[in-house]
Design a protein around this ligand. Structure first.
Ligand code: ADP
Ligand code: MG
Length: 282
């Protein structure tokens, strides 16, 4: 099983949208995918059209060790399963404060099911607290969505520092695998400037032993697309809501990249398409 956390402590950068649609695209390729909602706002759960249950439900039940992971999953689509979230998660952090091994509860819970799925993808909350530590302890790969705007890289150092700490103390296999550029606007110079800044930063880490030394910018950028913003309120993935939009083809491309295939469309081709059509929201 490939294990991935989608992480950025900033809110609104495209984490949940990336988890939902990448997971859906992988499931459509026949991969068995388990997605985990670790955000008390439960956006992943809602986006998949699932109503949060009260009580020790979903990821809260698993983290407080009152439920087994296997019995807490909801089958949400063909090949796609969800460990949902509800607002109880807000309290998990303080409830677990005196529990020994509290950072590795999720990792232990996943252990018995790890041969049942091809991909585990965790949607992290917009913080670097205990919930995120549980995600980082449980996975081998981190993908960081970044919205390329002014101050896009603010907080990036803190994020990487957290990954470094977890890799040194709890999970030596942890790596930053990729940066996903979300809400990318091919017509705005700032987008390519931020991309160049990240490229430079990653180039400096090559050959070092830090956890992002092999990271790359995912070659398919997610263009700004209004359909991606509309789909969650219908509880639908982009492939159900509007399979013929840029959002669907971009996330299909990210999934293909993950799947190890050559990604298409390539960024250059994306730029030409956007320029030719004169818009970026179709
Ligand atoms: P996060 O999980 O990091 O808080 P979301 O995935 O919820 O971010 O995205 C923040 C908001 O932006 C949501 O309303 C979402 O629908 C919207 N959104 C995400 N990606 C795009 C995109 N490529 N184009 C347009 N809107 C997007
Ligand atoms: Mg989110």
């Amino acid at each position: 099983m490939r294990t991935i956390a989608v992480l950025n402590q900033k809110g609104g950068v495209g984490k949940t949208t990336t988890v939902v649609n990448t997971a859906a695209a992988l499931a459509r390729k026949g991969m068995k995918v388990l997605v985990v909602d670790l955000d008390p706002q439960a956006h992943l759960t809602i986006h998949l059209g699932v109503e949060s249950q009260a009580g020790g439900w979903g990821s809260y039940g698993v983290l407080t060790r009152s439920a087994e992971l296997g019995e807490s999953l909801v089958s949400v689509r063909d090949n796609l399963w969800l460990l949902g979230a509800n607002t109880d998660l807000v309290g998990a952090e303080s409830e677990l404060v005196s529990v020994v091994g509290r950072e590795t509860i999720l990792r232990e819970a996943i252990e018995p099911v790890k041969d049942d799925y091809d991909y585990l993808i965790i949607d992290c909350p917009p913080s670097l607290g205990l919930l995120t530590l549980n995600a980082l302890a449980a996975v081998e790969e981190v993908f960081i969505p970044i919205q390329p705007h002014f101050l896009a890289l603010q907080g990036f150092g803190k994020l990487l520092e957290t990954v470094m700490l977890v890799s040194r103390r709890i999970n030596p296999r942890l790596k930053v695998a990729g940066i996903v550029l979300c809400m990318y606007d091919t017509r705005v110079t700032l987008s390519s400037e931020v991309r160049a800044d990240i490229d430079n930063f990653l180039a400096k880490a090559k050959g070092t032993d830090c956890p992002w030394s092999d990271a790359c910018i995912v070659p398919v950028h997610i263009r700004r697309n209004i359909k991606l913003a509309e789909a969650p309120s219908y509880g639908k993935t982009i492939f159900e809501y509007e399979p013929n939009c840029h959002g669907a083809s971009d996330y299909e491309g990210v999934a293909s990249f993950l799947f190890g295939q050559k990604s298409d469309p390539q960024p250059d081709k994306q730029e030409q398409v956007a320029e030719a059509s004169g818009e970026s929201s179709a």
